[in-house]
Ligand binder design. Structure first.
Ligand code: ADP
Ligand code: GLC
Length: 479
C-alpha cells in the first residue's frame, strides 16, 4: 500500500478534452481497490468552477512566486468514491473557455506545478509516489529534486512520469526557468532541461522521473526511434531501462452496453445483433441518415487532427462515397478537416452525417449503433475508442501502430478469429483494401462477422491487469 498523488491537467468526472481525462477518471479508483491511497490534483477550470464549486471544501490558501510576484493559490477538494481530488484555483490562469492553447500556457502550468509542490507543505501531506502525466506536469520531479532537494520530505518522494502523447512537449523560452519556475540556469547549461535553445517540460519529466511509462508496449518501443520519438528519442533511449509500456483500460461500468443510460436499446453478447440494428435505426433517424438496419454503419468519434489519420480518408473521398456503407463522424479539431467533413455531408445527405463538436451522449450512441469503428491513426500512444468499440461489439478498423496494434486482433479469415481489422502502412490504398475486406465480411460472411463481434465483446478491456502492473511499478519504487 502506497500513498500516491496523481498530478494531471484533466480528469473525469470533472473535465475532459481527450483520453488523458478518461485515464485520470478511472485508474485512481482501480488503484484504491488494490489498497493504495490515491489523491489527484487538477487545475480548477471554468467548466469545473461553474458546475462543482458549491460542493467543494476549502483546503488551503497560500502564495507562489511567479514573475517575481507573490501570486495567490486557493485549493479546494472533493471526494469521489475513495479518491480525494484537489483543485488549484486561479481565476486568471484557469477560468477561461478552453483548457489549453494560450500564449501563456507555459506560465499557467509552471504556476500549477509550483502550487502542487507547495500544497504538500501546506497540508503536511507527503505522498510516497508522485505520478505526473504529460507535459503539463513534467517539471514536478525537477522541482522536487532540484528546488526542494535539501528537504528530506521532498527528496524521498519517488516519481513516475507517464507520457500520453509525445507530440505535445511543453517547450518554452529559457527565461521561464528563473522567472516562473524559480530554477537555476545551471539546469539549462548542463543540458538537463534544455531543448532547442529553450526548456522542455516533457524532456525534463523523462529525465528526472524515477520511472517513465507510456500507455502501450508498442508505443514504448516506437518512441525510441526517430520516426515516433518527436526528437526526444535520444533522451528516451537514455531512460530505456526505466521505461514501461502499460496499456490503458476503460471504465467498464461506465462503458457498458447492458446498462448505458445514453443508449436506447441495451444489449449483451447474446442479443447484440438485434439491439445493434435497433440502435442503428434510432441513430440514423437522429442524424438524418437513410433508415436501413442492414447497411454497414461506420463510425468515427475523435479529435479531428493529423494524428488520427484523417488525411488518409481525405485522399479517398470519392472511393469512400461509392462504397455500400453509411458513415457517421463526431468530432472537432483542425478546420481543414472539419470543412471537408461538412462538404462531404452536404454532398451525400442520407449517407454521411457529421456532427462538429464534442458530445458525450452522442458518442455513446455511435459506439452502440455502428458496426465498424474507423481509427486509421498515424500514431496512437494507446487509444481508448477502439477499446470502447470492442466493448460495444463495434469492430475497430485500425492502423497497426502503438496501442492499436496491442489491443486489436486482426481478422484471420482462415481461423475465423479476430476482434477487428487492421492495416500496416500509412497508405490510403491499404486502408481502402482493408475497408473493402470488412465490407465483404459484413455482407457475405455473416457467421465470421458474428464471431468477431462476440470475440471483441469478450475481450478484457478493463483496468484490472494494467492497474496490477502499475502496482508492480510502484512497488519497485517505494520498497
Ligand atoms: P485521444 O486522447 O488521443 O483524443 P483516445 O482514443 O485515447 O484519443 O480518447 C479519446 C476519448 O475522447 C474517447 O473516450 C472518445 O470517446 C472521446 N471523444 C473524442 N472526441 C469526442 C467527441 N467529439 N465527442 C465526445 N467524445 C469524444
Ligand atoms: C493521448 C493519446 C491516446 C491515449 C490517451 C490516454 O491522448 O493520444 O492514444 O489513449 O492519451 O492515455
Amino acid at each position: 500500500m502506497a500513498r500516491i498523488l496523481m498530478v494531471a491537467s484533466e480528469g473525469l468526472p470533472f473535465i475532459k478534452s481527450g483520453g488523458l481525462a478518461d485515464v485520470i477518471g478511472s485508474l485512481p479508483f482501480e488503484l484504491t481497490k488494490k489498497g493504495h491511497e490515491v489523491r489527484v490534483v487538477l487545475p480548477l477550470y471554468l467548466k469545473i468552477a461553474q458546475k462543482y464549486h458549491e460542493d467543494f471544501t476549502h483546503e488551503a490558501s497560500y502564495h507562489v512566486n511567479i514573475n517575481y510576484h507573490e501570486v495567490p493559490v486557493i485549493v479546494y477538494s472533493q471526494m469521489v468514491k475513495d479518491v480525494k481530488y484537489y483543485f488549484i484555483e486561479h481565476q486568471g490562469y484557469f477560468e477561461r473557455d478552453a483548457l489549453y492553447g494560450y500564449m501563456d500556457d507555459g506560465e499557467r502550468f509552471a504556476y500549477f506545478q509550483k502550487a502542487v509542490i507547495e500544497l504538500l507543505n501546506q497540508l503536511d501531506y507527503w505522498p510516497q509516489i508522485m505520478h505526473s502525466h504529460d507535459w503539463h506536469t513534467g517539471m514536478i520531479p525537477v522541482l522536487c529534486k532540484e528546488a526542494h532537494g535539501f528537504d528530506e520530505r521532498y527528496r524521498s518522494i519517488k516519481h513516475v512520469y507517464t507520457i500520453h502523447n509525445l507530440a505535445f512537449q511543453g517547450n518554452f523560452g529559457v527565461e521561464m526557468l528563473d522567472s516562473c519556475l524559480g530554477l537555476d540556469y545551471r539546469l539549462f547549461d548542463n543540458g538537463n532541461v534544455r531543448y532547442d535553445g529553450g526548456i522542455s517540460f516533457m524532456k525534463s519529466g523523462i529525465l528526472y522521473a524515477d520511472k517513465v511509462t507510456t500507455v502501450s508496449p508498442t508505443y514504448s518501443q516506437e518512441i525510441l526511434t526517430p520516426q515516433f520519438g518527436e526528437h526526444l528519442e535520444m533522451v528516451l533511449n537514455m531512460r530505456r531501462n526505466d521505461l514501461w509500456g502499460i496499456v490503458n483500460g476503460i471504465d467498464v461500468e461506465y462503458w457498458n452496453p447492458k446498462q448505458d443510460p445514453e443508449i436506447p436499446y441495451h444489449y449483451n453478447r447474446v442479443n447484440v445483433a438485434k439491439a445493434k440494428k435497433q440502435n442503428k435505426l434510432a441513430l440514423q433517424k437522429e442524424m438524418g441518415l437513410h433508415e436501413d438496419e442492414d447497411v454497414l454503419l461506420v463510425g468515427v468519434v475523435s479529435r479531428l487532427t493529423w494524428q488520427k489519420g484523417f488525411y488518409l480518408l481525405l485522399e479517398q473521398l470519392d472511393a469512400l462515397c461509392a462504397l455500400p456503407i453509411q458513415l457517421v463522424v463526431l468530432g472537432s479539431g483542425e478546420s481543414a478537416i472539419e470543412e471537408k467533413m461538412g462538404q462531404l455531408q452536404d454532398g451525400n445527405r442520407g449517407k454521411i452525417a457529421f456532427y462538429c463538436g464534442y458530445n458525450e451522449a452522442l458518442a455513446h450512441r455511435i459506439y452502440a449503433a455502428c458496426d465498424l469503428f474507423f481509427m486509421p491513426s498515424l500514431f496512437e500512444p494507446c487509444g481508448l475508442s477502439q477499446l470502447i468499440s470492442m466493448r460495444y461489439g463495434t469492430l475497430p478498423l485500425v492502423r497497426e501502430t502503438g496501442g492499436l496494434k496491442d489491443t486489436v486482433i486482426p481478422y484471420n479469415e482462415f481461423e475465423k478469429t479476430g476482434t477487428g481489422f487492421s492495416f500496416a502502412n500509412y497508405n490510403s490504398n491499404e486502408m481502402m483494401d482493408v475497408l473493402r475486406l470488412a465490407i465483404e465480411v459484413y455482407y457475405h460472411r455473416p457467421q465470421d462477422w458474428k464471431a468477431l463481434v462476440r470475440f471483441a465483446m469478450s475481450q478484457d478491456v478493463s483496468w484490472e491487469k494494467s492497474a496490477y502492473t502499475y502496482c508492480l511499478l510502484y512497488k519497485e519504487l517505494h520498497l
